[in-house]
Structure formats: structure tokens, C-alpha cells
Design a binder for this molecule. Structure first.
Ligand SMILES: Nc1ncnc2c1ncn2[C@@H]1O[C@H](COP(=O)(O)OP(=O)(O)O)[C@@H](O)[C@H]1O
Ligand SMILES: [Ca+2]
Length: 495
């Protein structure tokens, strides 16, 4: 059967249209599969080896090969049993052993096949900084012990190290600003957007041995030793950080006790104005001995038990706490905190976490109360007799006797940084932000693995939308062509 030229033209047109339509369909399906199929889940583990304890954080995220970024969530926070690794001086091997429980728990949440791809880190903070100053070889033995355990585990172990105070502060700054989406945001429609408003937040961290303040000041940082610079998602940040060694909660309250012991001379028991009236405790010699933050002149010779009696006197407590600081060295200077330490004027909002949060959460002071209310609440708490305090908080014995001292210490420290009644509302006392614990660990991992690109990522799915749109337009044109050809066939029937 021979075909007319119209039929041949129509069939050619139909063939071409079908071929191009099919090509477009395949293109769309390929693109759709890469958009719709779940990407691989990746994992990372960071051990935070603090002075008082170690915690393991397991992070997970969807691998995103396009722009090397992803929304990271915290899959596990595991508190290692026992004290911080710096306490294992008489048996360093046990420091390594202590990690096994939490490590096992984390591995249980990661598919076996991905254990070898799970980047794992251990960072130690002020407890180990102090130990390495006092006894470098012991500190090395402890790091070797934890390294042994983690290298033998199936994960991709990157190493164990002692962080500087500046690292601790600046990585916490990255964590919170990443978690709050202040650097770059992943919108609900799946695109990366840079916040138009420049508003990174500052961080205030209080551990057992040291405390850190980090923020981006308004003016250039004058003391280069306090500056860390980052280029993140196409923006430069100069972060001011200072870490005060021996100004963490345990170290400061230990120094306070040592000062009171010294002041009381031979008089026993020692009167402690920060303990509630009616509170009495017999402290072992270790309460003063063995702390690198307590000058040896303040330590009893020979070591002996110490009876301490609370007097519940907030004014005297505050005076004793203030004596731990040298405020006069900064008197009249705008860019100075205390102890002669350079600090640019405060700027923006601050997140106060770790022991700032523990203390203020216990005192119910995390709802942005004004400074006056905070003061009154702490003073009233300090004046409550011990038997009433004990009765009001059953099951919270561990830290109960020290919240008065810790509360007044936090107030003194924050005022030392320059917070006043006016700027007080700019502090948020929080433990978590964006579903992750606030601390240095996430920022540390992001930094070491290069997961935050220096340059702004290309818009997340803009490219995919482009292919979709082009595909749909092409398909519509193809169908239009076929229908048009059909219409030609109908309107001009075969001769
Ligand atoms: N839930 C809590 N309530 C009160 N104090 C706490 C709590 N958890 C930890 N602390 C105390 O807060 C201080 C800081 O804790 P943390 O941030 O874990 O310190 P580090 O980083 O030095 O290990 C320590 O003195 C610790 O004993
Ligand atoms: Ca810490």
C-alpha cells in the first residue's frame, strides 16, 4: 500500500514527536529519581571530654553531593559513666574503657555497613588543659588510652586532642549559629537561603574548669590573640573569644572555699556564707588538694578533713565571690572585662548554656526575667534554711547545696563581662537549639570535615526546577505538535 505525502509527513512528525516526548520523559524520570529517592544518611561521632564528665554526641545528616551541605540532627547524646577523663590519673587505661558503653550505644544506631565511614573525634577541654600543664606525660597517657579504644572500634577515628579555650568558644559559636540558621538556612521548599539580616548570636559556656565568651563585635578586634576568623557560606566572620581557665563552676567554687578557709585561719568549722543556714558538711582533703586552680598557699598542711558550716548570707557570699575577680584592673576601660582581659563591647543576642543553663534552670530563671527579678530570686533562695531547701527538692541532692553560690557566681561573672540591667534581656539561657545540644562539638565536626563550605552554595534545587520546567514546556510543545498534525489530517482528508 502506498502512502500519500501527507500521510508520510504525518507519520514522520508523529515519530519525531514520540521520540522527543520519550526523551523528555526519560530526562524527567532520571531527574525525579535523584530528587525523590532518599539520599544516604551519614553519621559522625564527637566525644566531649569535659572536666566533670564525658559526653558522646551522634550526629546524622543526609548526604548532599550537590552543595556539600546538609541539615544535621543529633541522633544521640550519651553521658559517659564516671568522671571526666582527666580524673583517671591513677589508671589511664580506665579512661579509655569508660567510653565503651556510649560508643556501643551509638554504634547500635548506625547501620553496620556505615561504621567504617563514621568520622569519630574526641576533644578534651579544660580538665585536660590543666592536667597537661601540671603533668604532661600523664595527660599524654590518658589521650593514648582513649585513642587505643577508639582506634580499635570499627569507626573512622580521626584522633583525640586537647582543644584550646579559643577553639572551645569559637566552635560553640559555629554550632549555635549553624543550628539557628544564622549562617545559612535550608528553607521548607528545599532551598538554601542566606539570612538577609546579619545577626549571628554570641555564646556563653560554663564548664567545670573554664568558662568562655564568644561573639562577633561591632568594631575590629584589637587583640589578635582573641580573634578567630571564619569564611562560611560566602561571608567572613571575626569572632572574639576568651576562655577563663579556673573560672568554671567547680574551679571557681573550689577557689572560693580555699579563700574562706584561708580567711578563717585556725577557726573551725569554717563558716561559708554561700551555703544555706543549717547546712553542714565534712569535706575530704581532696576538696582543696589536687586542684590546679587552688594556690598551694591556701591548702591545709597536712591534708585533713574540713568541716564547713553554712550561714546563708548572700551579701557576704557575693563579696567573697567578687574577691575571685580583679575588677579594678579594668576600671574606666571600655574594652576590658576583668583581670585586665581585653574584651570589645558586647553585641547582639547571647546564648548561655552548659552550667549557665543548669544553674538558671534550677532557679527557674530561664524565661528572660529582668535582672532585678533574677537578683531577688537568688538572694531569697540563698536565705532559705537548708532544711526547707532539702525538703523542697527531693532527689536533687547532688548539686543542691551549691546553687546559691553558683547563682551569685553567674551573676558576678556576667556583670564582669559587661551585662547590665539594659543588656540582660539579650541573654537566653538554653540547653538546646534547633534540636542539638549547644556546645563546641557540632561546630568542631563541621569545621574538621569541611562540611561548611567557604562559599555560598548554589541554590539547592533551583537546577532541578529548571530541568522540570524545560521538560514540561517541551512535553507540552510535543503534544501540541502531534495534535496539530492530527488536526491537519482531519481538516484536509486524503484525496
Ligand atoms: N544537671 C546539672 N545540674 C547542675 N550542675 C550540673 C549539672 N550537670 C553538670 N553540672 C555541673 O556543671 C558544671 C559544668 O558542667 P559541664 O558543662 O558538664 O562541665 P565540663 O565541660 O567541664 O565537663 C560542672 O561543675 C558540673 O558538675
Ligand atoms: Ca564543657
Amino acid at each position: 500500500m502506498s502512502l500519500s505525502w501527507k500521510e508520510r509527513a504525518f507519520l514522520a512528525l508523529l515519530g519525531a514527536a514520540t521520540a522527543s516526548g520519550l526523551t523528555v520523559l526519560i530526562l524527567i524520570l532520571v531527574e525525579a529519581s535523584s530528587v525523590l529517592l532518599p539520599a544516604d544518611t551519614k553519621f559522625g561521632i564527637v566525644f566531649d571530654a569535659g572536666s566533670s564528665h564525658t559526653s558522646l554526641f551522634l550526629y546524622q545528616w543526609q548526604a548532599d553531593k550537590k552543595n556539600n551541605s546538609g541539615v544535621i540532627s543529633q541522633a544521640l547524646a550519651c553521658r559517659v559513666e564516671g568522671p571526666g577523663i582527666s580524673s583517671y590519673t591513677s589508671d589511664p587505661t580506665q579512661a579509655g574503657e569508660s567510653l565503651k558503653g556510649c560508643l556501643g550505644e551509638a554504634l547500635g544506631l548506625i547501620p553496620k555497613a556505615q561504621h567504617p565511614d563514621t568520622a569519630t573525634f574526641l576533644g578534651a577541654t579544660a580538665g585536660m588543659r590543666l592536667l597537661s600543664q601540671k603533668n604532661g606525660s600523664l595527660a599524654r597517657d590518658i589521650l593514648a588510652a582513649v585513642t587505643r579504644v577508639l582506634s580499635q572500634s570499627p569507626v573512622d577515628f580521626w584522633g583525640a586532642e586537647i582543644l584550646t579555650g579559643q577553639d572551645e568558644g569559637s566552635f560553640a559559636w559555629i554550632t549555635i549559629n549553624y543550628a539557628l540558621g544564622r549562617l545559612v538556612k535550608y528553607s521548607s521548599s528545599g532551598e538554601w537561603i542566606q539570612p538577609a539580616e546579619w545577626a549571628p548570636v554570641g555564646v556563653l559556656d560554663m564548664g567545670g574548669a573554664s568558662t568562655q565568651i564568644s561573639f562577633v563585635p561591632m568594631a575590629p578586634i584589637l587583640d589578635q590573640s582573641t580573634q578567630t576568623t571564619f569564611r562560611l557560606y560566602g561571608r567572613n566572620y571575626s569572632v572574639y573569644t576568651h576562655s577563663y581557665l579556673c573560672y568554671g563552676r567547680d574551679a571557681a567554687l573550689g577557689r572560693l572555699l580555699a579563700a574562706l578557709v584561708q580567711q578563717s585561719g585556725p577557726q573551725r568549722p569554717v563558716h561559708h556564707p554561700c551555703y544555706h543556714s543549717g547546712y553542714q558538711v565534712v569535706l575530704p582533703p581532696a576538696a582543696l588538694h589536687g586542684s590546679s586552680c587552688i594556690p598551694s598557699s591556701a591548702v591545709l598542711e597536712p591534708p585533713r578533713n574540713l568541716t564547713v558550716l553554712g550561714t546563708g548570707n548572700p551579701a557576704a557570699c557575693l563579696a567573697a565571690i567578687r574577691a575571685l575577680f580583679n575588677f579594678s584592673s579594668c576600671a574606666g576601660q571600655r574594652e576590658c572585662a576583668f583581670n585586665g582581659v581585653y574584651q570589645p563591647p558586647l553585641r547582639g543576642r547571647f546564648y548561655a548554656f552548659s552550667d549557665f543553663y543548669h544553674t538558671f534552670s534550677f532557679l527557674n530563671l530561664t524565661s528572660r526575667q529582668p535582672l532585678g527579678t533574677v537578683n531577688t530570686t537568688i538572694w531569697e533562695f540563698c536565705q532559705r534554711p537548708w532544711r526547707l531547701v532539702e525538703a523542697s527538692y527531693p532527689g536533687q541532692e547532688r548539686w543542691l547545696c551549691s546553687f546559691c553560690a553558683a547563682g551569685l557566681y553567674v551573676l558576678t561573672l556576667l556583670q564582669g563581662y559587661g551585662f547590665s540591667a539594659d543588656t540582660w534581656p539579650s541573654i537566653d539561657f538554653e540547653e538546646q537549639a534547633g534540636g542539638v545540644d549547644i556546645g563546641w562539638t557540632l561546630g568542631y565536626m563541621l569545621n574538621l570535615t569541611g562540611m561548611i563550605p567557604a562559599e555560598a552554595p548554589a541554590p539547592g534545587r533551583a537546577q532541578s526546577y529548571g530541568v522540570w520546567t524545560a521538560g514540561v514546556v517541551f512535553l507540552v510543545l510535543t503534544i501540541g505538535t502531534v495534535l496539530g498534525a492530527g488536526a491537519v489530517q482531519l481538516l484536509w482528508p486524503q484525496e
